[in-house]
Design a protein around this ligand. Structure first.
Ligand code: 0K2
Ligand code: SF4
Length: 317
């Protein structure tokens, strides 16, 4: 029998579930316990098929729009946030609803409202069509939030009054790309006001920093996460931008292209904020089956953030 080739597996930390994802999943589980099945969830609670399938098995029904939910069943709004019109419609139909929007996304919603009350128009740095961007822009009337996705977009922004402008961001952007977009906004609109840096959350920032710490040591990076997970896709880009040209998103071990990994000596593994640790372990085990694997954890920050579930789930009826 030929000996398995040696491999160093750098395991990035922090990785995987953040406090907002943890809370959102807990909200669905607790809602199912409290009200029984079915409980409806508007949009994937977090962008991960494994998580969604697990909750479906417990009796959750996932839909894209509130219209698809019957009046008499509870509905949960996903971690990414919803436009104001959604809870308003639920209220009008006297539905029981629980908002699983991450408190760090809600913080941006509040920031947007505050700027609006102060008479400022806003530029949002975010990805068009992403549910968080739709939700955040939907906190205000149409036209009050202008979207930019890239530095190039900044040149085309046409505000009502360039002197009365603020910016906000999606929470899961690339930290480095956003620095450049903010700089372009400040150069074009010197009076623009905004957060100290941007609104990218601690979890996004920490997972990107951990990838940067291993990117130069590895021949390949695998990011465990879903194709529709913005923060996971950003980790792939961070790997590439920091010198690891083979940087790939995999949903789980069966997605790994082993042929592309022939001859590697060092691999990096991380996971997006919506990817469960069980899938990380599955990937590590699949490397152990093929290589003489030494796992080297690389921890660049410790996280101890926790968010409470909404009160409606904490009190007995
Ligand atoms: O990264 P995304 O915003 O696409 O969302 P998920 O992959 O579901 O991760 C959780 C973050 C949700 C809100 O910030
Ligand atoms: Fe909240 Fe950040 Fe997690 Fe999104 S990635 S759910 S903003 S902690």
């Amino acid at each position: 029998m030929t000996q398995a080739p040696p491999l160093t597996l750098y395991l990035a930390a922090p990785r995987g579930f953040c406090a907002g994802v943890d809370r959102a999943i807990k909200i669905v589980e607790m809602a199912l316990q409290k009200w029984g099945a079915p409980v409806y969830v508007r949009h994937e609670i977090v962008h991960n098929k494994f998580v969604v399938d697990g909750l479906k098995a417990l009796g959750a029904i996932f839909v894209e729009e509130l219209d698809e939910v019957p009046d008499d069943r509870p509905v949960i709004f996903s971690a990414h946030g919803v436009p104001k019109s959604v809870p308003q419609a639920a209220q009008a139909r006297q539905m029981v609803f629980v908002d699983a929007t991450c408190p760090l996304v809600s913080k941006v919603h509040i920031e947007a409202e505050r700027h609006h009350e102060n008479g400022l128009q806003m530029v949002m740095i975010g990805h068009a069509g992403h549910p968080e961007t739709i939700g955040t822009m939907g906190q205000l009337p149409p036209g009050e939030v202008l979207l930019v996705e890239t530095v190039a977009d900044v040149a085309h922004v046409t505000p009502r009054d360039p002197e009365r402008l603020a910016f906000i961001t999606q929470t899961t952007l690339s930290v480095d790309d956003t620095v450049e977009i903010v700089a372009a906004l400040k150069a074009r609109f010197p009076a623009i006001i905004g957060p100290h840096k941007e609104d990218i959350c601690y979890a996004t920032t920490n997972r990107q920093a951990a990838v940067k710490a291993i990117a130069h040591k590895i021949d390949a990076l695998l990011v465990i996460g879903a194709p529709n997970s913005s923060n996971s896709r950003r980790l792939v880009e961070v790997g590439r931008a920091n010198g690891c040209s083979y940087s790939q998103l995999v949903q789980r071990a069966t997605d790994i292209d082993w042929r592309a990994l022939t001859g590697i000596r060092a691999i990096g593994i991380t996971a997006g904020a919506s990817a469960p640790e069980v899938l990380v372990n599955e990937v590590i085990d699949s490397f152990r089956n093929r290589f003489e694997t030494t796992v080297v954890p690389v921890e660049t920050a410790q996280e101890n953030v926790e968010f409470k579930v909404p009160r409606i789930l904490r009190v007995a009826e």
